[in-house]
Design a protein around this ligand. Sequence first.
Ligand SMILES: [Fe+2]
Length: 228
Amino acid sequence: MALRTLATRKTLGALSTFPQQLRGLQTFTLPDLAYDYGALEPAISGDIMQLHHQKHHQTYITNYNKALEQLDDAIAKGDASTVVKLQSAIKFNGGGHVNHSIFWKNLAPTKEGGGETPHASLGWAIDQSYGSVEKLIAKMNAEGAAVQGSGWVWLAVDKELKRLVVETTANQDPLVTKGPSLVPLIGIDVWEHAYYLQYKNVRPDYLKNIWKVINWKYASEIYEKECP
Ligand SMILES: [Fe+2]
């Protein structure tokens, strides 16, 4: 018998355990943040961080695990129709988990370097490709604001072509759906749930302010790994 544990944020002390026979199926748990919910204020309020992490991200994980369990059962039964039917739930909820796991790492409190623009090789590559970091931010803000409905705006590196790319994805589509060689450096969530409480649904204001807590150091580390 396998045990599955779905953990909520440790600091709040809530831990739920659901013993279940899963034939060894690997399921997913909510990752802890590297900072407190209020540590990104005033750019992002503690309330919205807590809601976004504990409610929204957890819901994607719960539904992803549920869909994977159903997929496991359907495969075991040879139920091809159900296997196909589950693909959209897996893409949506699995994408939500993948994207949010990146998003939390893309943010850092200002006292820990959040908002400090990149130097070294990523800073140079941005200058070469977009003119300056400020011009890149303006481009990403414009493209993020223009996403119809919900989605994401990304700064990525194409690891085969060794060049920077700005992309958007709809809903919870992960960046890999736009190209298998794209590696995300920065992903910004432009779903209403990321900003409606604090920015009263004004997405451009949220986009303008989030750069104050963007973790460029993390983006630089990934860039240097992909483009040594
Ligand atoms: Fe989100």
